[in-house]
Design a protein around this ligand. Sequence first.
Ligand code: GMT
Length: 382
Amino acid sequence: MRIGITCYPTYGGSGVVATELGIELAALGHQVHFISYSQPFRLNGREEGIFYHEVPVSSYPLFEFPPYDLALASRMAEVAEFNELDLLHVHYAIPHSVSALLARQMLATRGRRLPFVTTLHGTDITLVGLDRCYLPITHYAIQESDGVTSISNYLKEKTIESFEVTRDIEVVTNFVNCDVYAPFSDEELRAEARRKFAAPHEAILMHLSNFRPVKRVVDVVEIFARVVSKMPAQLVLVGDGPDRSAAEWLAHDLGIQSKVHFVGKQDRVNELLPLADLMLMPSELESFGLAALEAMACKVPSIATRVGGVPELIEDGFTGLLYKVGDVDGMAQGALSLLSDKARLETMRDEVRRNAQKRFCASLVVPQYVRYYEKVLASSGK
Ligand code: GMT
């Protein structure tokens, strides 16, 4: 198949899923065309079968808000026509599904069919999509998509309930390439690599996100402060975003700044995750929790919140520990209890890796997308 993919190309879970999907599809022999305002950050531009088409957005003094969604629709139609795309797959409903709808209509007037699949990721439904200024158009574009997938059952139900969507939604979960996201094969190498952040007797806690308020990064620092007051430990925060400075201030105020490492945005998080003993994901909401899945594949269990789709990924007590949002005392207690019980931690470490491989491996999930594309193409008469 020749597939066009549109996503937010910078840091964020939906862009990561879209990019990893493109890479996996190309590896299966499909031709993949990314269409967005900049090259997705996990692409290096040399992957076989993958092409990137930039969307230029010109500004003009009259345009206080340059219309990216229109430029995107034009580019989608052009790329689809020049490269004979079979379908478009857009990640994150706003505004990508609306642009795809326009591109489909433009091409229809030229006698070409261009079905599109919209994948719902989370805040496009739970936050942004419920904003009155976006709700009617998001609802319309979801209804009019040729196919709609969501990354968890939670998000599917939420979409049906909040948007009163009446069409079918297929659940295709987030996935991880278990060969790329993997634990160290050698404990000595792991111990050596951990020295970058911690002495041998210290635990490493990690957090990975875009530091938006929904991630509650300040809670991460609060949890760590409670842990480090009881045992030697270091905290590594991967990513960047609006709440970074609040977290930095808190680390300073609590006097633990020398043990808190803000490493910023990283391209190869698969090299950092296996260093951790535990992942902290105290989010206000997660439709799935891709960061926790990536950690699981690297043999790292999460201390997380029981929100959204997280319980579909993490079984409390078995593949991680789940708490109420804001329960920093509980999460710190949970982390301490696991870190001080080596046998229990080891069992859980093995279990999370097994679970990632058994349920969420790219080789299992990506074919679900391919089958879904085939179904959409068949029902749209292509
Ligand atoms: O919250 C983020 O990290 C970004 C956001 C996005 O759309 O880019 O992530 C959402 O999509 C991820 C990939 O499908 C999910 O794993 C995240 O749970 C989801 N985030 C939220 O629901 C807050």
